[in-house]
Design a protein. Sequence first.
Length: 431
Amino acid sequence: MPNITLFKSSRLAVASLLVGLSAYLHAQVVDLPKKDAPPKPLENTSPLTKDQKDSVLKGIDDLVTNRVFVPGIDFKQWPAFFEKHKDDVDKAENVTDFTRSVQKILGDFGITHFRLQTPRAASQRGKTTSVGAGMVVVEDEKGLKVRRISEEGPAKAAGIEVGDVIVKVNEKKPEKTTEVEGDEGTKLKVSVLKASGDTKDMELELKKFSTVRKETLTWSGEDAATLRVFTFSAGYGRANIEQLMTEAAKAKYLVLDLRSNGGGATNNLNHLLSLLLPGGSDYGTFISRREFNAYKDANPTGESSAEKIAAWSKNKTKTRERAVKPFTGKIAVLINRGSASASEICSAALREVGGAKIYGTKSAGAVLASVFGRLPEGFMLQYPVSDYVTVKGVRLEKNPLVPDEEVTGKITEDGKDPVVEAALAALRGAK
């Protein structure tokens, strides 16, 4: 099957940096002359006219009518759902408000991987670099609270940490998250309230930085290692993972850490599974419109649930022979609420086919194969085209994986991760 994108869908499409490796381009793309710079995408605060909104909605209507597919979901309800939220769409005056109003419509279908991306978010899809401060902030009563820091970003280099509050930007209390955004080279004077209560003044220059988080292999003694994989999307390092798995081959036990891995591309998912399971191992069925129609032709009066179609289908997804031989020791998998889509498929496959145990907390339950359709004004629609059922007949969409052992807790002062420790203890037979 083509390489499609599997990653968690969020309720808000604003300021998200989704990445994936294959897109369905609905609108024709006209290449600009090389001497011209690509047009700058609309900002989240940019105003939208009625004509602009109508052109985007027309594009969405075309995709929903002709392309979107999930077994059992009636997408002919689009007009009715639109009427339900029409007032919100009409009132929306800028990119952010319009995106939110449309997302309410898409949310009524009750599925994941179905969302409208803002032009700014769409322009970042598939990229492994970004321009900015390298931090995610949310509005706080004192200013802007830092929720996440990029390891390679300017904020990290300046000493800003998760939990800090930016209380001033250019001598004024910030009211919106956009106040720490801007073009490359923009310099901001910021005052940062630290957890200690101290306030530090600094200059923050917005720069281009890498958003890639390289996979890591951490040893726990001579017999066990933990492989951390942050994404299956852009930034997934095949060569790096193969090198790490070559090193891990001498271990008896391997912990695969997929916590907060929101998914990505199917070919990257298959690559990793092929390093962990024997080549040619069936691990599930993707149910596309074509597979659905073939089933209905063969079973015109039969039940057409995803599970029934998967049981009937002979088109199973399999691992492949790779240059690096698959790991032969025992495996444990770590997941949490942020583990979604491709991560859930990977975890389920290792449990069902490889006998691995899963530790942590429930996964996201967001497993549909999706692609991207380009829309007018720089918007982009992520939409599902296939369902998925595991090799043992489990549909994962809206059905989170439940760990074999639920483990929570923060990393201790001596650097011990309670979830990793629980998995290692189980692998070694301590419990």
